[in-house]
Design a protein around this ligand. Sequence first.
Ligand code: FE
Ligand code: FE
Ligand code: MG
Length: 166
Amino acid sequence: MGVRGREIVGMNIERVVELLNKAFADEWLAYYQYWVGAKIIAGPMKDAVIAELMQHAADELRHADMVSNRIIQLGGVPLTTPKQWFDMTNCGYDEPSDPFVKRILEQNIKGERCAISVYHAILEEVGTKDPITYNLAVQILQDEVEHEEDLQSLFEDLEIMLGARS
Ligand code: FE
Ligand code: FE
Ligand code: MG
């Protein structure tokens, strides 16, 4: 990392890298949870939900890319093996063992709520001490808030549909 770029980080750089690597682990696990969920999902409104899940998968992969670029800029190393994702994750991995559309949506809504909390906590800890990381977390947080809303609205539509059928 550039000398002056490093000097202006007013907190422990290793801590920033740790926060970012934990978020990086979350993004890869979220990516795979969406990706495989979209493959196996079954039930009403499946096509609309698949389209949303695939968009979100692409967003999570893009987030992993954005976070890794900042880790490298800070002189850190992004996690080099998927085994570390499980050691470092904040939000974990919710295996889509039940392919029913309602259950998949519930799992991913839970994941987005966790992601929102993670990036909010990064903003609180980093603050103006590292404005570049702060800005990165704001950008990603905006996407995660949108993800939660998109999934919640699909979930509500699905509940109406399921209710109307019973
Ligand atoms: Fe994300
Ligand atoms: Fe997300
Ligand atoms: Mg969306």
